[in-house]
Write a protein that binds this ligand. Structure first.
Ligand code: AMP
Length: 454
């Protein structure tokens, strides 16, 4: 039990005030451990996944250390970049900078976020007015460096947030170029959900005897998240998903897909079926992604369908459910995905729909998180079993898109007209039209997921 208070951590009154206004009462474990280390000036390597409060763990001591430089002057010269926070995606960049701004609101410290995908010219005037804290994605920062619209010679603190993801996304060369431009005398902090050998190597290269903290076992998934796997044929996934989304527990959910194509297609299918859904992925403009995210945050849409890259940095309070429509092939992505629920101590549910072709990836995930996820075979009622499109083995998404018949909604879909309500005593209607998986044991969808009859 963590009994330290923010005041115990010797944070300045103006920072404490912002925390109180944000409703934070107690530091999370990563905050309780990281804040003193950073205030003492040590480099830090922290194993903390998203949802643990890691942003405040670096942002709060950063603000405290920059306070002596806070200036009410309007002169840009009085506001050089003193802290640089590098993050892998635009969404995370926006999220982190919003947090920094919130915690800094009673100080004269300024922050700014820059990321790609938007006109660089719109960012330059803001940079020119001077900011102490710059949050950036690596590519866009390099653009600004090349255009000489940013100076990094006074950077005294560097944060690499979600460093594992930055490496996964191929940012290593960009990071090396940026690191070479920073003063050698600086404090460096690195946050990563997982500690691969590559991450350890990166920390050796750019950090100075870092203090290592780990709030949860690295590569472990959060304990307050109930995980569950439904073993289901690929062709039945859509029906099962729709059923899960109509369950009482799924007031709002993020649904993960492996590809942009599946995300778009699923969003359209669900919309046609009356589920308020939208997709975010790399082919959508930044504006479209932000609009979808805002609509989701405001509760205007119930289901956000996302690919891994687009979902990084999403911070949505009290999201109850994450559904993996397709499980990721990189096991670490599973940890990131389910970290979207159960944030800051809340409980959450993470459900994965796993087809026979995906079971090998599930085994990798279970090995990584050192946990056997409870499994259940999903059987859909007979009238729901008719696939919306021809079932086929999961090959490449693209080949399916080209060769499969266009997804069609049946003119009369009895499943959506007639509620299916399995009871504990009644056997589940399991007889299905002939399909590849002949030896499926019979199991009912638990009552939790019974469709609401309206
Ligand atoms: P993060 O892991 O930084 O993405 O934070 C996850 C969520 O926890 C965010 O919504 C934060 O606003 C929230 N949070 C961070 N620290 C605290 C705290 N000490 N008390 C309550 N909520 C917090």
């Amino acid at each position: 039990m963590n009994t330290v208070s923010f005041a115990d951590l010797k944070l300045a009154p103006q920072i404490l005030r912002a925390l109180t206004e944000s409703g934070y009462t107690t530091p999370t474990p990563v905050q309780a451990q990281a804040i003193p280390v950073v205030l003492e000036g040590h480099d830090l390597m922290a194993g903390a996944q998203t949802g643990t409060g890691k942003t405040a763990a670096f942002a709060l001591p950063m603000l405290q250390k920059l306070l002596p430089h806070a200036s009410s002057s309007t002169s840009p010269a009085k506001h050089p970049v003193r802290a640089l926070i590098l993050v892998p995606t635009r969404e995370l960049a926006i999220q982190v900078e919003e947090s920094v701004k919130t915690y800094a609101k009673h100080t004269n410290l300024r922050s700014l976020v820059v990321f790609g995908g938007v006109d660089i010219k719109t960012q330059t005037p803001h940079l020119k007015t001077g900011v102490e804290i710059l949050v950036a994605t690596p590519g866009r920062l390099l653009d600004h460096i090349e255009q000489k619209t940013v100076q990094l010679n006074l950077v005294q603190m560097l944060v690499l947030d979600e460093a594992d993801r930055m490496l996964d996304m191929g940012f290593m060369p960009a990071l090396k170029r940026i690191l070479a431009l920073l003063p050698r005398q600086r404090q460096s902090l690195m946050f990563s959900a997982t500690f691969s050998n590559e991450i350890k190597k990166l920390s050796e290269d750019f950090m100075n005897y870092p203090t290592l903290i780990e709030v949860a076992r690295s590569n472990a998934s959060a304990e307050n998240i109930t995980q569950k796997v439904y073993l289901v044929d690929h062709a039945d996934k859509h029906q099962l998903l729709a059923q899960l989304l109509r369950g009482d527990d799924a007031k709002q959910a993020i649904v993960f897909t492996k590809t942009k194509l599946t995300a778009s297609r699923l969003a359209k299918q669900l919309q046609r079926e009356g589920v308020s859904a939208d997709a975010i992925h790399g082919d959508k403009s930044q504006l479209e992604r932000m609009q979808a995210l805002d609509a989701f945050k405001q509760g205007k849409i119930a289901v956000l369908i996302a690919t891994d890259v687009a979902a990084r940095g999403l911070d949505i309070d009290s999201l109850p459910m994450v559904i993996n429509y397709e499980i990721p092939h990189a096991a670490e992505d599973y940890v990131h995905r389910i970290g979207r629920t159960g944030r800051a101590g809340a409980s959450g549910t993470a459900i994965s729909l796993v087809s026979p072709e995906e079971e090998k990836y599930l085994a990798d995930i279970e090995k990584l998180i050192k946990t056997q996820i409870p499994k259940e075979r999903a059987d859909l009622p007979e009238h729901a079993a008719k696939p919306l499109r021809a079932p086929r083995a999961e090959h490449s998404e693209r080949s399916r898109e080209h060769h499969a018949p266009a997804p069609k909604k049946p003119s009369h879909d009895p499943w959506f007209d007639k509620p299916y309500e399995p009871s504990a005593s009644a056997p589940a209607p399991v007889k299905k039209p002939a399909e590849p998986s002949a030896n499926k044991p019979k199991a009912q969808i638990p009552a939790l997921f019974v469709r609401r009859s309206s």
